[in-house]
Design a protein around this ligand. Structure first.
Ligand SMILES: Nc1ncnc2c1ncn2[C@@H]1O[C@H](COP(=O)(O)OP(=O)(O)OP(=O)(O)O)[C@@H](O)[C@H]1O
Ligand SMILES: [Mg+2]
Length: 411
């Protein structure tokens, strides 16, 4: 292939690939994220990328030196099949190539697998490194569920025994539980545990989330993640309302549309836009004032037979939806002052800490229980693989690759 200096190879003439596809095939030397619609050629591009590396005349690669991970087994099988097909085609064009012939022979043991199979391979290879008995087996979901239940029951029983009926757990059960069973709290702990498991540092994440409830005062709250995400939601909702009002306005202009409504809708949209720009200010009072001052006018009547009643109803529908959005925001969000919010968060903080603490303890006990039985679940595969690939010097936000990772990295 001919290469532009410092750039990737030039797309061959009359290539079937689009320019964007070619960029994804040829780009080299850095991390690359390709996001494209279903059926747009992602797999085709990846296969071409792989083949062009294998058949690169200057730096040919062996197919078993690559690591290709997919999410499902079916996708991995499809990928392997398509690589085989592409290799066969390449071999037809260069029938004398011993290298390509060899790649076809190597393909069956190439690492074209699911993410979980890859993790399994890592864990099997390096189990002793993390003190894991190499004789482990993957638990089926029912087995894992039963073990989780047993672990949780035991944890609750022991904690009640230690704390009595007026301890932290009883308080949590009261706050989050149902009338007479701990079932809702059980479920909450399990959900927290599971959700935290999708983060690379589950315990750190849980503690951090609980810590977010420790707001000192209103000023602190204004800079918190809570208010930022509230603002983001509010903006989205208001933008939605504006879209609805504009859609209504367009209907007013259609033939048979309720033209007399147009002025009011234009004013309505301007009011909501004013709300949106008030959210740019960092002041709760400004927001409250803006929402309090936002009013929707009266629609002028449509007299005569020139107006299609269906269009009238549709415009009213759009407008009602927009009104409802604004009302909901001001009723659910701005009725309380930031001081009140901060106070509520402070009151919740100890419970959140206790709840995440419970999820953490549960996680530790569940891991011990699995280890005692020589069992791993799917989430363990990911986390153990991560533990192996991450140097012990790693901290949240800064991962240092281990020696094992460096080995895989060469692929
Ligand atoms: N530039 C192109 N010219 C002609 N055909 C193409 C081009 N790019 C992709 N295709 C064809 O389009 C079809 C879908 O491509 P492919 O399966 O790679 O898409 P995908 O994005 O991986 O799909 P999915 O989202 O289903 O995984 C294939 O038959 C592929 O060969
Ligand atoms: Mg695909």
């Amino acid at each position: 292939m001919n290469r532009e200096p410092g750039l990737w190879p030039v797309k061959p003439e009359r290539s079937r690939w689009t320019d964007e596809q070619w960029a994804a095939i040829a780009a080299d030397g850095s991390h690359l994220l390709v996001a494209a619609a279903a059926g747009s050629g992602k797999t085709a591009v990846l296969v071409e990328r792989i083949i062009s590396r294998i058949a690169d005349p200057e730096r040919p690669l062996n197919v078993d030196a690559l690591l290709v991970a997919t999410f499902t087994k079916a996708a991995a099988a499809e990928m392997k099949e398509r690589i085989r097909h592409a290799l066969e085609e390449a071999l037809e064009r260069a029938p004398d190539s011993r290298h390509l012939e060899r790649q076809l022979a190597l393909l069956p043991r190439a690492s074209v697998t699911t993410l979980h199979s890859f993790c399994l391979e890592v864990v099997e290879r390096y189990a002793p490194l993390i003190g894991l008995d190499p004789g482990f087996r993957i638990a089926n979901e029912t087995e894992a569920e039963l073990l989780r239940m047993d672990t949780l029951d035991e944890l609750f029983e022991e904690t009640y025994e230690q704390e009595g009926d007026s301890g932290t757990l009883a308080r949590l059960a009261d706050r989050f539980g149902g009338e007479r069973s701990d079932e809702p709290l059980h479920r909450l702990v399990l959900e927290l545990h599971q959700f935290a498991g999708s983060h690379p540092w589950p315990e750190y994440w849980l503690r951090e989330m609980a810590g977010r409830f420790q707001v000192q005062d209103a000023a602190d709250l204004m800079h918190s993640l809570w208010v930022r995400s509230l603002l983001q939601d509010a903006r989205l909702m208001l933008q939605g309302a504006i879209h609805q009002l504009r859609a209504g306005l367009r209907l007013c202009g259609e033939s048979g549309g309720p033209e007399p409504y147009a002025d009011t809708l234009r004013d309505d949209a301007a009011s909501v836009e004013a709300l949106l720009s008030a959210l740019e200010n960092d002041s709760w009072t400004d927001w409250q004032t803006a929402f309090a001052g936002c009013s929707f006018g009266r629609l002028k009547p449509c007299r005569g037979d020139d107006y299609d009643p269906t269009l009238q109803e549709r415009v009213k529908g759009f407008r009602d939806a927009a009104k409802k959005t604004v009302a909901r925001l001001s009723e659910e969000w701005l009725v309380r002052s930031p001081d009140q919010y901060a106070e509520e968060m402070r009151l919740l903080a100890p419970d959140m800490e206790a709840l995440t603490g419970l999820a953490i303890t549960f996680g530790e006990r569940y891991e011990t229980a699995k280890r005692a039985k020589g069992l791993l679940d799917f989430s363990d595969l990911e986390h153990y693989a991560l533990r192996i690939l991450r140097d012990p010097a790693s901290v949240p936000g800064h991962s240092v690759p281990s020696a094992a990772a460096a080995d895989y990295r060469n692929r």
